[in-house]
Design a protein around this ligand. Structure first.
Ligand SMILES: *Cc1c(COP(=O)(O)O)cnc(C)c1O
Length: 339
């Protein structure tokens, strides 16, 4: 039973003996590539003429929102579940999520025939909940916030012996997500900047490890100024939870910083910006009006970050990660109406 008892955790989340807090290496990312490319397509990297003109730079969009589930996280889910210890195949997996991590684990569980439980906060995006159920997961509505849902899921992992899929302290997730960085380096080796949203920091860590090191690009993270938990962790090297967490962009709504991604961001990130929720709203609307691409609030942090650094990036080759497209109808209409 000891296997299902928590171990000392460097942060405020629960970790189990199977959680290895060692950062993945580039070698792990290349190893993940075989599995990821068997299950998922290579995502397009497309030049945006409108944003290139606006920013006076060569701007490319890494279209991760085109993946099944509508978000980049599924690369990590597929890689992690492909390596799952046999003892968990029957008991199954549990994760806590505001939606896209849950969809990723649900998708991977379905592909590899492993049962999945997902805890989400009670006000979770209804489209994301429906998608998780479509992939065969059992969804549990628990608590008002991600952290309440997370604590419930961690307790269930102890009681039921599920494999707890942490949203950040999982090298196999980060290695899977990093496969997108390798795709960018292959197609655009002279990339100067990559802008990437930060919630728990998994994708910015993975881009830093890959595009940052292999192409010597500056990887810039952007988080909502209304949910600055990871920003403080990065800036002050602390794993204290943030006092504030109030963004409309649920993909960025974390307040407890994570040990593994904080360590990786401190090592690999060139800069970490805070962007206003208003800039996220404007980003969603302008991406729709100028590129006719639908994206969710969290995803707009890439564009908001690039706009904030417009002077510095002029004349450079820039990639914006489009992290996800799962915006619900009510929120989308509200943004189109207000902005
Ligand atoms: C999870 C998520 C983010 C934040 O990514 P992290 O890896 O947690 O920093 C951004 N955008 C979307 C659409 C997401 O699903």
């Amino acid at each position: 039973m000891a296997r299902y008892d928590p171990v000392d955790s460097p942060d405020e989340t629960t970790m189990f003996p199977y959680h290895d807090p060692t950062p993945p290496t580039i070698r792990d990312v290349y190893a993940a590539r075989g599995v990821v490319s068997r299950h998922l397509h290579r995502t397009p990297l497309v030049r945006s003429d409108a944003l290139s003109a606006e920013l006076g730079a060569d701007v490319y969009l890494k279209r991760e929102e085109t993946l099944p589930t509508g978000a980049f996280k599924v690369r990590g889910g597929v890689n992690l579940v492909s390596q799952l210890d046999a003892e968990f195949r029957e008991a199954g997996l549990i994760a806590a999520s505001t939606g896209n991590h849950g969809q990723s684990v649900a998708y991977a569980g379905e592909q590899f025939d492993v049962p999945v439980h997902i805890a989400v906060p009670e006000d979770a995006n209804p489209d994301k909940v429906a998608a998780m159920e479509r992939y065969g997961a059992t969804v549990h509505l628990r608590g008002d916030t991600f952290d309440e849902a997370r604590e419930w899921a961690e307790q269930q992992a102890i009681e039921e012996g599920y494999r707890y899929v942490h949203s950040a302290n999982e090298p196999a997730l980060l290695a899977g997500i990093g496969t997108a960085g390798i795709e960018i380096v292959e197609e655009l080796p002279d990339v100067d900047y990559v802008f990437c949203p930060i919630g728990g920091g998994s994708s910015a860590s993975a881009y830093g490890l890959t595009v940052g090191q292999l192409a010597d690009a500056k990887v810039i993270g952007a988080q909502s100024a209304s949910a600055p938990g990871m920003h403080r962790a990065w800036a002050e090297d602390t794993l204290e939870p943030a006092d504030e967490m109030d963004t409309f962009a649920e993909g960025l709504a974390t307040s407890v910083p994570f040990a593994l991604t904080t360590q990786m961001l401190r090592e690999h990130l060139a800069d970490f910006l805070l962007v206003e929720d208003e800039a996220l709203r404007q980003g969603v609307v302008s991406m729709f009006e100028e590129e006719h691409i639908v994206m969710e609030g969290a995803c707009a942090a890439s564009l908001a970050g690039a706009r904030q650094m417009a002077d510095e990036i002029a004349g450079s080759t820039v990639v914006l990660q489009l992290s996800g497209r799962n915006i619900d109808r009510a929120t989308f209409l509200e943004l189109l109406d207000e902005v």
